[in-house]
Design a protein around this ligand. Structure first.
Ligand code: CU
Ligand code: ZN
Length: 368
């Protein structure tokens, strides 16, 4: 079928919205009619050409939400009409990692996905008979897409698609880092560095876990205000003095939990150095530049701190994204406050402009 899609034709150029062909789902695959998609830094990073593993042409987008339209042979977990969230981080349930229960990093389709193909090494997208590659296994800057069944989370149909889209990436990453990976405990103190969608998710996650004090750190006053809305108790403008201040205000010990959501390795170091002696947990969620390293004085480790990281917040997508959506529906997370702009597929490049200008938290493309 013909669909409208935003194609990355060449690095550094605006996306080109055009008609492309989408083939029906093969075995184990599902055709999803998209209703909403978030515009994320990862899309911008890939479009810029800075990402060494990027490729063009392809259809970008990975924060999708929509409705199942058609299922391929052997698909049993979703049926047409189901509301789904797309998962760049799938959950096959069968690989050695999934079976271990210890991680959300599924090994099933990584290689082909990273190259822009569906698990069988081909594409369902094409143009004039020429294959067009997928992105992060999702390609959700389009009216419809075909994805592996294991990369779809079925969610409550009561939940609006625009909100669901935020659970496809950034919001779940932050929530999961606090709730599932670091496992914030009741009465604790948490520091969150960087208040984009991921950091704000970590603030909300820490609150849901019962943290008593949530210190939000960012350079932008506007983002600090957002953090307060999502549960931060202390709002600090970032800078060199933050570590000393955390120590000062925690009796010299440091915070029980620190979260880094900037991708800046100097901030990561601050997160390590402001974690509590004895049991402080540091959770890194930001993606650092290629070749950059994190400097840690070993004494910080010997004296009981744990440094960890999380991809997609450690969230097991098929199992836990629906649970997070339920928390939202019960009023636990104000997702709507995180959607700063709504736009159409034709205007998708404005979403990138807003991100460049650091204007707002998340732009969501709505397909009408
Ligand atoms: Cu993303
Ligand atoms: Zn797996």
């Amino acid at each position: 079928m013909k669909i409208r899609a935003a194609v990355l034709e060449e690095f550094g150029a605006p996306l080109a919205v055009q008609d492309v062909d989408l083939a029906g789902p093969e075995a184990g695959e599902v055709l999803v009619r998209l209703h909403a998609c978030g515009v994320c830094h990862t899309d911008m990073y890939s479009a810029s050409g800075v990402d060494p593993s990027g490729y063009a042409p392809c259809v970008l987008g990975h924060e999708g939400a929509g409705v199942v339209e058609e299922i391929g042979e052997g698909v049993t977990s979703v049926v047409p009409g189901d509301h789904v969230v797309t998962l760049f981080s799938p959950q096959c349930g069968e690989c050695v990692n999934c079976r271990s229960g210890r991680t959300n990093i599924c090994l099933a389709i990584r290689e082909q996905q990273n190259l822009g193909y569906l698990p069988d090494g081909t594409t369902r997208l094409s143009r004039d008979g020429e294959p067009l590659r997928h992105f992060m296994g999702c390609s959700t800057f389009a009216e419809a897409t075909v994805m592996p069944e294991i990369a779809l989370a079925k969610v409550d149909p009561e939940s609006p698609h625009a909100a669901n889209a935020l659970f496809a990436c950034g919001l779940s990453t932050g929530l999961g880092a606090a709730m599932f990976r670091a496992k914030v405990f009741e009465g604790s103190t948490a520091v969150v560095f960087g208040l984009g969608l991921v950091g704000l998710g970590a603030v909300a996650g820490a609150r849901l876990m019962g943290a008593e004090r949530i210190i939000a750190v960012d350079l932008s006053e506007d983002r600090l205000k957002h953090a307060e809305h999502h549960g931060a108790t202390d709002l600090w403008v970032g800078g060199e003095g933050v570590v000393d201040r955390v120590l000062e205000e925690t009796g010299g010990f440091g915070a029980d939990f620190t979260f880094e959501a900037t991708g800046n390795v100097n901030v990561m170091r601050q997160a390590v150095e402001s974690a509590r002696i004895g049991w402080g947990t540091v959770c890194v969620t930001g993606v650092a530049g290629r070749g950059e390293t994190l400097d840690v004085v070993p004494r910080y480790l010997i004296t009981g701190r744990t440094v960890m990281g999380a991809s997609f917040g450690g969230v097991k997508g098929r199992e836990q994204v629906p649970q997070l959506v339920d928390r939202y529906l019960k009023g636990g997370i104000d997702v709507d406050a995180l959607i700063s702009h709504r736009t159409t597929l034709d205007e998708i490049n404005t979403g990138f402009d807003l991100m460049h200008e650091q204007d707002g938290i998340r732009t969501v493309v709505e397909y009408v």
